[in-house]
Design a protein around this ligand. Sequence first.
Ligand code: NDP
Length: 466
Amino acid sequence: MTFILVFFVTLQNKPQKHTQLMKASEVIADLKRRFPNQPEYHQAVEEVLTSIEDVYNRNPQYDDYNLIDRLCIPDRIFAFRVSWLDDKGKVRNNMGYRVQHNNAIGPYKGGIRFHSSVNISILKFLAFEQTFKNSLTTLAMGGAKGGSDFSPRGKSDKEIMRFCQAFISELWRQIGPDTDVPAGDIGVGAREVGYMYGYYKKMAREFTGAFTGKGLGFGGSLIRPEATGYGNCYFLQSMLATRGLEVKGKKVAVSGAGNVALYTTKKIMELGGKVVSLSDSGGTVIAPEGFTKEQFDYIFELKSYGGRMYEVPEKFPELKYYEGQRPWKLIKCDIAMPSATQNEIDGSDAEALLQGGCFAVSEGANMPSTPEAVHKFIDAKILYAPGKAANAGGVATSGLEMAQNSQKLSWSAEEVDQKLHDIMKNIHEKCVEYGKEKDGYVNYVRGANVAGFIKVADAMMAQGVL
Ligand code: NDP
């Protein structure tokens, strides 16, 4: 027994003599050759593989099972045409997709995105990231993502309903409470989840937790709408605490003005921080001394009925709108919380943030910083939390919604918020455990990737080649 234990510990910690060391650069080159024109997917895979290369190579049994290919390539991808009728009776066609990436540690789980930019590369990157993020939450959830190039902007309520129904008429056979549990993402909120869940329920003839982010009256969880933004703030608090800092009095630049951005702003303001920017795809509104509660409440309402950020100065002339610009070069801040979309902070934005004195970046969006930006943050040794750790509160609370649904009961807001707090604290601890470098700097990218990887990899090993 002692011998086995010693052998196991040795395997975990010592580089093994192994002829076939995994080289991240070679794996990426191979994936680029086999799956060309998928830049977001290549980018996400590269970031993870670079972080886990040495852990992988210290455990040669992974390579014996060619784990790396099986982890990088999704289990399966569904692609389908979605035909629907607009209000004028015209037939419209969009593409629909579901990427089921990995279910080694639980049913496939991940949001659905409706946005004109959606394509297979973006969904493969999101599903890949989701696998590691879900692993970090410690809940039993695999990784998936889906969506359509349908844009809800400018569509009537009935058009959105007809689209959601047509989308689910294709997808319903592939999802279910123990198979694959979708949720919201960009362009998909409680209304869209309601329409999709309703149609799923009709086709499957069952009332189960097949979706999360549902309305409170039919199985939704309290705090789920707030969870991604609130969770990001809790993660930020843990990061700041490592340097004896707090949110109070800090200037925080937030991008986006959707679910994640607005609840991030709400919590930052509650914690005594000053949110100095919000944006949408049209441009950015800057509040040099922080939005007041009145201004924030107005923006929250404006956005809830599809208003645009350019309308904000019409009500508050003291706030300036910058057409077509992102927040990062417009205002100095202590903390940046990108909460809109992928690759929204590039190298020059990162440079501007650092020059302006920004010492913490906590990502609400998925992969909002380009690789160049990430390198600049890490080289500058600022506190930098990648989305897969910092925004995991959303899917974690979805996991809590699944638990409530299967028990057919509802927890109070306080109970869910406390669990969310605990989960974010635990994710932070895992990142520190695996990401602390010799000089004490915590590389949260490495910490999150290694911690997420080990759990999924070990489960895959135990389950054999599938
Ligand atoms: P929403 O649709 O509610 O809001 C998205 C916001 O980002 C909108 O203000 C939108 O502006 C803006 N935006 C979208 N695309 C672009 C673009 N290409 N350029 C500039 N701005 C853009 O989405 P969420 O708030 O739910 O999601 C935001 C991010 O957070 C995404 O990366 C998502 O994957 C991630 N995330 C979301 C979770 C959730 O629980 N909702 C969980 C974890 C991560 P406009 O209205 O003009 O399009």
